[in-house]
Design a protein around this ligand. Structure first.
Ligand SMILES: [Zn+2]
Length: 119
């Protein structure tokens, strides 16, 4: 048996945990990686961008991520970059929620483990 005090703490952890899970359920699409602006050199040998870093082309948006241990990247237009930034922010939010859920679960499971059968 759990004491009243222990039970009310467990109930509070449960409510907090469920609130976090609900928030997690409402998160939009997620994407790993990051988006950054890049300046590029073109392929023309007579172009000023070849020798002068300040004459490079751009800026262009580039998404980069590790997928299965490999770095993948993709050039994006302004609109796509905005979408990616939203998905990347969602991804960060998911990780934050999981961290909080683990913390709440750790408190609850420690209480459950400390209970002795028939007590
Ligand atoms: Zn060039």
């Amino acid at each position: 048996m759990t004491t009243k005090r222990t039970q009310s703490r467990l109930d509070a952890y449960e409510r907090h945990y469920r609130d976090l899970a609900k928030e997690l359920a409402n998160v939009g699409y997620i994407t790993s990686g990051s988006v950054a602006l890049r300046y590029n050199r073109c392929g023309k040998s007579n172009c000023a961008c070849q020798d002068d870093p300040t004459k490079r082309h751009g800026p262009y948006w580039l998404w980069t991520a590790k997928v299965d241990g490999k770095t993948v990247s993709r050039w994006l237009n302004e609109h796509e970059a905005g979408l990616y930034q939203g998905w990347i922010a969602n991804d960060r939010h998911v990780r934050e929620l999981l961290t909080q859920m683990r913390a709440v679960a750790a408190k609850a499971t420690q209480l459950l483990l400390a209970e002795k059968p028939g007590e």
